[in-house]
Design a binder for this molecule. Sequence first.
Ligand code: TRP
Length: 338
Amino acid sequence: MRNKNGLIFGVLLLAILGVFFIKEKNKEKINQEIVVETQKNEVKLGVLQLLSHPALDTIYKGLIEELARQGYEEGKNLKIDFQNAQADQSNLVAMSSKLVEEKNDIIVGITTPATLALANATKEIPIIMAGITYPVEAGLIADEKVPGNNITGVSDRTPIKQQIEIMKEVLPNLTKLGILYTSSEDNSIKQVEEAKKIATDLGLEIKVAAVSGTNDVQQVTESLASEVQAIFVPIDNTIASTMPTVAKVAQEFKIGVFPSADTMVADGGVLGLGVDQYQIGVETAKVVIEVLNGADPAKTAITLANEGIIYLNERKAQELGIEIPANIKEKAQIVGNK
Ligand code: TRP
């Protein structure tokens, strides 16, 4: 009896060991295959950026550095085709077709206008959005949970209600609020609609002013600044690229600008609730890798870069004599100081 049990035990043990051994061997094989694949295959990554401004340049930096940290390095297994449209719509169209014709494996769109141009150029190559404020409203995807097409990625949205509420806390006597944005930016149009409604509900009188491009920023800001006590700016590319001018004009009228991005606060704004631009790039890189590893963009939900952070330009606040309540200051990250 004892011997029989021993025999059964021995056979079982051998069988278990055998299965384990085969499994380990297979694992090794799979690992080897993946390594060989990535070594052999160079990933062709296209990137289309609308223009240069500090926020977008930081997003790109975060993207490239995170890709490298995850093993995708230019010159090794990654080829990057970076295109900057210098804020020109015809450049966006031409560069989008070029990125598609050159058969990039995957393309990153930095800004709403750039991603819209890419979406027109291809329905097949996966497009990854890097910091797109309202992808559904801009017509890029059907649904944030289930995009439904070749587009997915990261949004940089922050709650506008919270932003206007913080402004009211910082400026208790605020009654007339200006909103400055660019009429051709889909991302801004939707934010302004929302801001207008929220501010009106909070009892503020609103004056909205739109620029058509960088050329009329100075003049439009001047006329707006003469009529209001503070200016709110949404996540807007044209204003981000001309933020020093906007801040300078506002300063002449002794009023503060309250933008929605860290870099815009640093460039002369007073305070704003925004997301970390570098983090947008990092999150975008993660989605790029997910899709390279086989995830279907149509079924990959949009990521939010992070929950808003309060950014404060302390020196600017001092210059304008704006006192920041202690509870806000405590939570804020200090930026800029110019
Ligand atoms: N969200 C913008 C868009 O959808 C792009 C953007 C990202 C941006 N970060 C920004 C614009 C900071 C201004 C400031 O086009």
